[in-house]
Ligand binder design. Sequence first.
Ligand SMILES: C[S@@+](CC[C@H](N)C(=O)[O-])C[C@H]1O[C@@H](n2cnc3c(N)ncnc32)[C@H](O)[C@@H]1O
Length: 229
Amino acid sequence: MSGINIGGWIQMWEKNATPFHSSDVNMFLKRFYEKWIGDKQNLKIFVPLCGKSVDMRWLLDQGHRVIGLEASSIAVADFMEENNFEHSTEAYASGEVVKTKDGRCVIYKGDLFEFNSDIEGGFDAIWDRGSLVAIGPDQREKYIQLMKSLLAPHGQYLIETYYNDDPTYQGPPFKIDPECLCSLLDGCFTSEVLLEKNNLDPEIARYCGPLSKRKRLITLCIFLVNHNS
Ligand SMILES: C[S@@+](CC[C@H](N)C(=O)[O-])C[C@H]1O[C@@H](n2cnc3c(N)ncnc32)[C@H](O)[C@@H]1O
């Protein structure tokens, strides 16, 4: 099953139709930050398919460097503007890269599948919210191989996914249950389930927002993933 192509995502930003964007910092990022990062400082954190996520600002505020990747110029420009970041733009192999004046936040504009560790790699951590689940299932293996090549050997990869009981709902977001994630990661990474909770829990129902109103059982999952070497 294929996902939305890049043009489709760019159009969503042009039409201001971005229901995935939240003005609140992701609650699971905050909850599992300690387990993911501990007390480490000044890490280089990758946020694939970052949109204009406020999580990036929060990670910067925790003392880290943040490197995002996003196809939409509107999302990148909004992020810089909404955070009052002075920035500059230069070319890179697959598009343009926008950097804040202090160099602590860098966002590559372009297609994730044209990004690689020669452009930038060795990430200490990856925050994956709305990213793996946004990719069409036919591209997942390629996606996981890419994350493997980008994450440093000691790196920690935090992923949010979900699944539901609605066989008619195709996505995106594309559902991924723990079994499916384990088989995807098999051979590359080991994973630990930090959370698997459904929307019968009011906190999860609130978090799922409009998706929850479809009266379906939605289960949120958070995984902590490491290289399996
Ligand atoms: C579901 S949104 C999630 C955004 C962000 N992670 C968040 O939590 O708000 C997916 C984002 O990925 C971008 N995107 C989708 N496919 C992409 C690709 N192949 N390369 C780069 N960006 C892509 C879209 O423009 C969109 O902003």
